[in-house]
Write a protein that binds this ligand. Structure first.
Ligand code: ADP
Length: 252
């Protein structure tokens, strides 16, 4: 509902203050709108590539698929893998949209969540992931699915971008709980570290295409960390690996 604000009988200072408030509201809306526009245009751009690949393979199938079995096999394979990529992209975009809302928070035993996710990963990828914890329960106030999601993203990256073992460390520090995921992989340059939390940013676009990255993982992880009143940061040196640190407020 619109409220009518009487402007008569207002002091100069009061009018000035109202104008300031109004301007900052407009500025805020404008920035939000611009961010949304950028997101939509980035997202469409990212979806365009798999769509055009699918289209050209479908055309190839039409022209030569029946007479050339090898063309048939290659095309079906490519169409399937590009469709997978689109599915992953759309799924992650929906996650980003969802993480804006308020998922229910509850008392979470973070150490148990970590153990569960690590078990899933070691089984699925046959990689060595070590968990170091001070022991004892580590309780945070949060959403179970979202916290699992952060771990999935960080471990998935560590697996994709490194070959040796991966270390996960959990400890309490003053009023916070600190979770570190470290790998001994290729690392991330200082310049790239500034952008990896941006949506759709990938360091090596050509190579990550074959590893199937979308560039959305870390921006989702960061959004979740912020929703939990925490933060996510990176420390890395080229050639020496990367460490991602998640800090969350602890529940005593
Ligand atoms: P992606 O789906 O491409 O992995 P992310 O947002 O999760 O998207 O990561 C953005 C980019 O940051 C990646 O494309 C990769 O270049 C870089 N990156 C993320 N994690 C690591 C890591 N552990 N080691 C090296 N590079 C990484």
């Amino acid at each position: 509902k619109w409220k009518t604000i009487a402007l008569e009988n207002r002091s100069h200072d009061e009018l000035y203050e109202m104008e300031e408030t109004f301007n900052s509201m407009i500025q805020h809306l404008k920035e939000n709108f611009e961010r949304q526009q950028i997101f939509v245009s980035d997202a469409s751009h990212e979806l365009k590539t798999p769509i055009s690949i699918i289209k050209s393979y479908a055309q190839l199938l039409k022209r030569r698929g029946k007479s050339h079995p090898e063309v048939f096999d290659e095309s079906v394979e490519a169409i399937e893998s590009e469709a997978d990529r689109m599915q992953q992209l759309v799924g992650q975009m929906l996650l980003l949209a969802k993480n804006k809302g308020h998922a229910p928070f509850e008392r979470i035993e973070l150490d148990k969540v970590i153990e569960k996710v690590i078990k899933t990963f070691t089984t699925a990828y046959e990689r060595e992931i070590y968990f170091h914890s001070e022991g004892g329960e580590v309780i945070v106030d949060g959403n179970n699915d979202q916290l699992e999601q952060i771990l999935y993203i960080l471990l998935d990256n560590a697996i994709k971008y490194s070959e040796a073992e991966i270390d996960v460390k959990l400890r309490r520090q003053n009023d916070s709980v600190v979770l570190r995921v470290s790998d001994k992989g290729q690392g991330i340059s200082r310049a790239d570290q500034k952008h990896i939390f941006d949506r759709f940013y990938r360091v090596d676009k050509a190579r990550t295409r074959t590893t199937g990255g979308t560039g959305l993982g870390l921006s989702i992880a960061q959004a979740i960390a912020e929703l939990h009143g925490g933060k996510l940061s990176v420390h890395s040196e080229i050639g020496k690996g990367a460490t991602f640190t998640l800090t969350l407020p602890i529940v005593l």
